[in-house]
Design a protein around this ligand. Structure first.
Ligand code: NDP
Length: 487
């Protein structure tokens, strides 16, 4: 570790944040946080018990009424202040994410910008929560429709975007007047702890946001989900865990938002601008080391341009620089852990066993750290696991199609529907694809769609609800209808 890194880690709170206080976990338990590029322990932090998690909920419940009654302008100002602080501390936040998660520093800076934008966007939305007023059709009553905060929320966030996954939930919740308990992933808790410090600096009252870090995700979240005082669960992560949490939430008919897995198709038609398609593919596949729910998973390329696309993309992928995200020019950092490396390896092997060809890369890099070579496999056959499962690694898999109908059929042949990408110069085809692709989001001739002003979310098993955009705040509001006699 460099002295710069050690100094930064010394500024990160290492304990729980509950009711405006920084407190140890019950029994003083701690857990290690590691650098995936070296395997080295970066720091030890508090490891919360189920009792600690319940104390976090107590604090959120205690703060709910006064936060809901806080003037929207004040809530907006606090969010705007935290946006300014995130910008001011951008270098620290970026380095922290690179240390705990592994992404290249330039990408971590990009995430600070993206994650920060949710604070700005929802600071602007906090003062625009509106309702309706009107006569009923019979003319006998006055109807008032208003929006109320849902109440205390539990957020369970993943390791792949440590800042943005927190701000994308916290910002709309605070704007709407909800209080929060957040449990970041065990592998990447430091960014959330650091961000909580910035919220305090921005003037957030005690108890409005509470953070607990733990190695016992299920044991700690279970009692909270079962507690009648909790009014909302928002989760981002794997579909498997999402399904389990949904089942728990169903017992209490708890309101939920679920941002789950993807299996994004990336369609390249014969009339596509191949240079743009290659540019888009590099972003859609290799951003975040391929570890994004929006990562392109299946490259479906028209058979007449598949060889040329494969040749051009392979030339680009072979040049990618692999290393610790802090090193100059590195584009591909480590995968999050050994399991992720093993999974990438298995998926490539399975594709090859079923007839695909590795054009570049294809194997894990010898340790230390959990690296996998940037890889292209072409000629992937139907039935290969790589076309069904979320790869979550720097592996680009190419299969082919013969016409538009087949492209659409293959693209929709999945249980998931988070995002799709399509490259074509044909405007009419573009419009047809908007209608025909079963997807929550579509990048038409573009490889990244995420934006704080846009509704992020999926259909089918990719989730429930939307984050960001005009829609995002409604996940944290409930509609109340009041009737008053007209005279
Ligand atoms: P998980 O879904 O397991 O983890 C996401 C979050 O859920 C983390 O905070 C985790 O906590 C928590 N969690 C895990 N199990 C439970 C549980 N039983 N009850 C309550 N909370 C739980 O994702 P992984 O990190 O294991 O990644 C596995 C795969 O999931 C990836 O390879 C990828 O395919 C997919 N994934 C998709 C993401 C997306 O954005 N769509 C994001 C992350 C992963 P903790 O880490 O502390 O256990």
């Amino acid at each position: 570790m460099t002295s710069n890194e050690t100094e930064l880690l010394a500024q990160v709170p290492t304990v729980l944040f509950i009711g405006g206080e920084w407190v140890d976990a019950e029994g003083g338990r701690t857990l290690p946080v590691r650098d995936p590029a070296t395997g080295e322990v970066l720091i030890e932090i508090a490891d919360a018990s189920p009792g600690d998690a319940l104390r976090a909920l107590d604090a959120a419940v205690a703060a709910q009424e006064s936060w809901a009654a806080t003037a929207p302008r004040r809530r907006s100002d606090i969010l705007r202040g935290s946006f300014d602080l995130v910008r001011e501390h951008a270098d620290d936040l970026a380095l922290l994410m690179t240390l705990e998660m592994g992404k290249p520093l330039a990408e971590a800076r990009g995430e600070v910008t993206y994650g920060g934008e949710f604070l700005r966007w929802f600071s602007e939305e906090a003062v625009r929560i509106s309702g309706r007023y009107g006569l009923n059709p019979e003319g006998t009553g006055r109807m008032i429709v208003s929006q109320r905060p849902v109440g205390p929320c539990l957020f369970v966030t993943p390791w792949n975007f440590p800042l943005a996954m927190a701000t994308r939930k916290i910002a709309p919740a605070l704007a709407a007047g909800c209080t929060v308990v957040i449990k970041p992933a065990e592998l990447t808790p430091l960014t959330t702890l650091y961000f909580a410090k910035l919220l305090v600096e921005a003037g957030l009252p005690a108890g409005v946001v509470n953070v607990y870090t733990t190695s016992r995700s299920s044991d700690t979240s279970g009692p909270l989900i079962g507690d009648p005082r909790l009014r909302k669960l928002s989760f981002t992560g794997s579909t498997e865990v999402g399904r389990r949490l949904l089942a728990q939430a169903a017992d209490r008919v708890l309101r939920v938002s679920m941002e789950l897995g993807g299996n994004a198709p990336f369609l390249v038609f014969d009339d596509a601008d191949l240079d743009k398609a290659v540019e888009g593919a590099m972003l859609a596949k290799f951003r975040n080391i391929g570890q994004a729910c929006t990562a392109a998973n299946r490259f479906l390329v028209h058979e007449s341009v598949a060889d040329e696309f494969a040749r051009r993309i392979t030339a680009r992928v072979a040049e990618l620089k692999v290393g610790r995200g802090t090193e100059d020019g590195v584009q591909i950092g480590p995968l999050i852990d050994d399991r992720a490396v093993a999974k990438a390896d298995e998926l490539v092997q399975d594709a090859v066993d079923r007839g695909a060809t590795v054009l570049t890369g294809g194997t894990a890099v010898d340790g230390p750290g959990t690296f996998f070579e940037p890889t292209v496999v072409a000629g992937v056959q139907d039935g290969s696991a790589i076309l069904r499962e979320e790869i979550f690694g720097p592996v680009l898999a190419i299969a082919t199609f013969a016409d538009e109908d087949e492209a659409v059929r293959l693209a929709n042949d999945t249980d998931f529907g988070l995002v799709s990408y399509a490259f074509t110069r044909d405007l009419a085809r573009g419009h047809r694809l908007i209608d025909r692709l079963e997807t929550g989001m579509l990048g038409l001739n573009v490889g990244v769609v995420s934006n704080a002003a846009a509704p992020f979310g999926g259909v089918k098993q990719s989730g429930i609800g939307r984050e960001g955009g005009l829609e995002g705040i409604h996940e944290y509001l409930s509609t109340k209808y009041t009737l008053i006699p007209a005279d």
